[in-house]
Design a protein around this ligand. Structure first.
Ligand code: SF4
Length: 353
């Protein structure tokens, strides 16, 4: 069976097929990715109303691509108090957010109770708010820092009110590329192990892939296959989120920004390769909102959310620092020919516009 016949039949694609997909033209890829997306979700475009909070940027790690950490190229170190975080949410809750998304740097001075206290206090004040928090990289940092097992940290998180895990820290799983771009951070194997444990608790998580830096297309396919294998085992990934590398203000010094065609191909190939991860998210904070809207026709069914405030990608040049107003977001989705569906963090549908 050749590649096009495999695509027609919907048969699972191998690593070699994944690499060969890049040779197809964008519109052929788009045709098959869109067919899969439409079969699952018709013209629904999922989003949620959420608030991102990045409580500290003081980090012991030295990822080359990072523009957020105060130990890299960001001259403004900060660590928020719990009261400051709650104050932000007092305001955001009036915008009907259903989720708070909390990821931070690896701050050795903050203390384990500072991390867990954030979640505890949020749940005390806002019991219905979904807390999506701590990447596998942060869990690995906390386990190492406080000489605890992943299982112990995860149990503390659940007790403190964390509902689901964001997909960050995955970067690129290939060990050589990883060593070059983020040496010392959670390894690919550890990242997978942490999500495996989380899923065994009956909980959901997401998975990201940082692309467009020094990796090759083969590394992206390898990344997807590793996630697909894990999903076959533990089944807890809700969404795959390809993150476009932002080249500003960091130590990787990548000159060329990916073309829109390459970015759209990456979304389409994600949809085709990841036959067991339900949602492909075009995270507009890294792709730009315009390209995210187009990505809806290339396999993506989710546009993340209104975000409200974003510090990590915008530190590296993304135009996402202020989020998007809900009405603007809805108008953009509708004029691009899709039906906005507000979802909760676990993809239950709340409202169709
Ligand atoms: S990407 Fe995260 S872990 Fe790496 S340096 Fe930046 S804040 Fe630290």
């Amino acid at each position: 069976m050749n590649l096009l016949e495999k695509l027609e039949s919907g048969k699972r694609l191998s690593y070699e097929d994944g690499v060969a997909l890049w040779e197809l033209d964008l519109f052929t890829l788009g045709k098959y990715a869109n067919k899969k997306r439409k079969a699952l979700y018709q013209n629904k475009a999922f989003f949620n109303i959420n608030r991102h909070i990045n409580p500290t940027n003081i980090c012991k790690d030295i990822c080359k691509f990072c523009a957020f950490s105060a130990n890299r190229k960001n001259p403004n170190p900060y660590t928020m108090t719990h009261e400051e975080i709650l104050k932000i949410l007092d305001e955001s809750i009036t915008h009907n957010i259903t989720e708070v998304h909390i990821v931070s740097a690896h701050n050795q001075d903050a203390g384990l109770d500072w991390y867990m206290g954030i979640f505890r206090k949020i749940k005390e004040r806002f019991p219905a708010l979904h807390v999506k928090a701590l990447t596998a990289a942060e869990i690995n940092f906390l386990a190492t820092q406080y000489n605890m097992s992943y299982e112990q940290i995860i149990e503390m998180m659940i007790k403190s009110g964390v509902d689901s895990l964001p997909g960050g820290g995955a970067e690129i799983f290939d060990e050589k590329v990883r060593e070059y771009i983020c040496k010392g951070k959670v390894s690919s194997k550890q990242w997978m192990e942490i999500h495996d444990i989380w899923h065994k608790h009956g909980k959901k998580s997401n998975a990201t892939m940082l692309f467009g830096h020094v990796e090759k297309r083969e590394h992206r396919v390898d990344h997807m296959i590793r996630l697909r294998d894990q999903q076959d085992k533990s089944g807890g990934f809700n969404a795959f989120i390809p993150l476009v590398y932002q080249r500003g203000n960091n130590y990787l010094h990548v000159e060329d920004f990916l073309s829109s065609v390459e970015i759209l191909k990456t979304y389409a190939i994600s949809r085709l390769m990841l036959d067991n991860i339900p949602h492909i998210k075009a995270y507009w904070a890294t792709s730009t909102i315009n390209l995210a809207l187009i990505a809806q026709e290339f396999g993506a069914d989710d546009l993340d959310g209104t975000i409200e405030k974003e510090s990590i990608q915008s530190a590296a040049g993304a135009k996402s620092s202020g989020g998007l107003q809900l009405q603007t977001f809805l108008d953009l989705i509708q004029t691009s020919g899709f039906a906005p569906v507000q979802r909760d963090s676990l993809y239950n549908e709340i409202k169709t516009y």
